[in-house]
Design a protein around this ligand. Sequence first.
Ligand code: BGC
Length: 838
Amino acid sequence: MSRMNSIRCHVVDLVKRPTASFWMKSSVRSTLACATLLLATLATGPYTAAQTTKPDSARHSNQARHPSNTELADSKIEARVDRLLRQMTLEEKIGQLVQYNDTGDTALAQTPEAQPRAAKAGALAAVNPEAAQHVNAMQLAATGRLGSMLNTIGAQRTNTYQHMAVEQSRLHIPLLFGADVIHGFRTIYPVPLGLAASFDPALVAAVSHMAAAEATTAGVRWFYSPMVDISRDARWGRSTEGAGEDPYLGSAMARAYIRGYQGDDLSKPGNVAASVKHFAAYGAAEAGREYNTTDMSEITLRQIYLPPYKAAVEAGAATIMSAFNSLNGVPASANPFLLSKILRGEWDFNGFVVSDYTAVMELINHGIALDPATATRKAITAGVDVDMMSHFYDAELPGLIRSGQVSIDVVDEAVRRVLRVKFATGLFEHPYAEGVEVTAAVAAHRPLVRKAAEESFVLLQNSKLDGGAPLLPLSPERKRVAVIGPLADNTGEMVGAWGGAGTDHDIVTLRQALEERARQVGGTLLYAKGTAIDDASSAGFAEAVQAAAGADVVVLALGESSSMSGEGGSRSKLDLPGNQQQLLEAVVATGKPVVLLVFSGRPLVLDWAAQHVAAIMEVWFPGTEAGHALANVLYGDVSPSGKLPMSFPRTVGQEPLYYNQFPTGRPPVGIDLSKPPSGDERFHSRYLDVPNDALFPFGYGLSYTNFSYLDVKVSKTSIPLPQALKNRSTPLVEATATVTNSGSRAATEIVQCYVRNLGASIEQPVRSLKGFERITLAPGESKQISFPLSFNELSFFNQESKPTIEATHYTVWIGGSSLADQKASFEVVSSTGPAKLH
Ligand code: BGC
């Protein structure tokens, strides 16, 4: 079983399988080459005698000028934190800073369900800190030496641990239960990359809130979400968990998730604390290889990678997860520049930071610590408050404090941060799971996740057949429909990499939904699987070709398995896995009109399909209502409106590929890049064998109608520099356009505004998204759309890493993709004269 599948099953099974969380991470752990060394060096008696200290209120982060979360800065909470901290022993303090999976519940560990998995435990114990150190979470909870638990879900399970903490521990401090609820708990919506294609923050907030409401009934009060890592490289499997390549869209999505999870009051039933991850720049992993190094200029870091984290912090995110990767040589989980200077110092973040899973331990593999004590010291002094699963903080902090290598103030401050979140979430008043536990997809939530899926689909191609109408939406005249492919009737794969606790029997597949339709309208549905997702056997091809040949239209459901993306899901190839390309070619060869639905957690290479298939739609992993949403869009009940959040390359060799590139000194302007260069044409920034651009670029997506753009204008053509620098929040200029639905159906368009800044002291991208809006227009209807552009949209980071505006020239495009061609321009002028463009 792949890790991603095991995660999902693990979460599902947790209610009955106590050891499941142990297994969830087994593949990660088995890759930790240093583990044996670490275990040998771990202290055997991690807990020291009680030690009380006075809290040092002088340095705690709530004294930040503008605390990022006002609920956490509440003085009543602070008074409670002070009181509690004064009573805590050192052991109890350190306890708040450690997090484990569920272990130690012997009754449940002996259930038959646990046995098959437990058989492998011997082998894994060697690399599993929790098992090898005999961590007994139940006992730790009962003695006040455990602060939080991960991926422990279910009212019964969480309550069992919570009773230990609240009733048996000396100070009765409740546990915080965190879980990877990434795109739904029981009712599953599209993977975050798909959700980002909706460009619909209100929708994202709504589904996130729905997930929080479901999960809190199972005791979960903290989500390890949103993942806001910018991803410019489709090889990186975790692209599926974020909002793609653009910082502006990524920031809008980040804010929406926080709003959805936390609401306006962390303590309200149904709200959860968010954990923004993975801080920072994890998405820039070199070569798209998972957990790999990231290395970049500070300007790129601040301008491209940091904005979504910052947006989430400004929206009040209660916690942040530090990343696995190193950034410019310093691992993110021991990185004072990121965690202290930027996060606390510049952004006034007053929540707590949790490490990623065993990230503190991994500092040894990174080579910046030779032993657990050094790793612990580096992590906590850099700003990692909670150690997820390394078993380092509880083992090492007592000694480090005794020897004076870590000040008790540092520990106190970390504990304060954790306690503030516990008070603010109302855990002390309501420690147990409340309400009727949600154990299956909720019928009342299906319309919302269906809408989310419909909005996530991106129509990439829709050719006219024989000069007539485009193939989509499907005409009811095409009564015999063949639905073919390994993803056509595959419940397990519809939920994507982190399908929460969604279960297969809740899923509606494409085949089921098309059958329902065929029954309603009197058509015939033919089905053939054709092949498996990743297989070499063509045994099923003949049946598939036969079904296609006997149909009026073919809907082909091809793509990746959900485990091919997500954590540990990097790929060096971006084509259809296994022999699906051959199946596609065999079906197309029948001459029947083909609609290709691409299921994937990332951009794939679809060059052959783009040349030979009439209609192509990217559908990601749509979730519980996959089939109904697909049928609704295929038949035109809903027009597709999604736009790509990541560029789709022509070939994997173009990666990393993103629209907001720098221009270079030799842009290939006016050269036909589809042909090999002749003469001097080679001396440009280009490839010999493929055009530079994406096959389907960022922001691109078709509709069943057409939208036209006219009258792109700016409200001013000249802005004085002092004014631009002074007014940091009010709009400096407004860009407008008139958008018209020039087709014959009502539909939704995502209007996008891009800006280019020319003449600045630092090279700027060829264009950058600076605004978007979803609008729905009736046939023939027009609407004027405006985008206010203020300092935030017009500034860039200079050599001193400060955001600024210079006397420069700006071009603004408004249109339906990053290829928008209607433009206007304005200048920022200094007192010494206008920007010199020529
Ligand atoms: C992942 C995180 C996740 C954590 C807890 C890690 O391996 O990188 O995204 O939240 O595990 O499951």
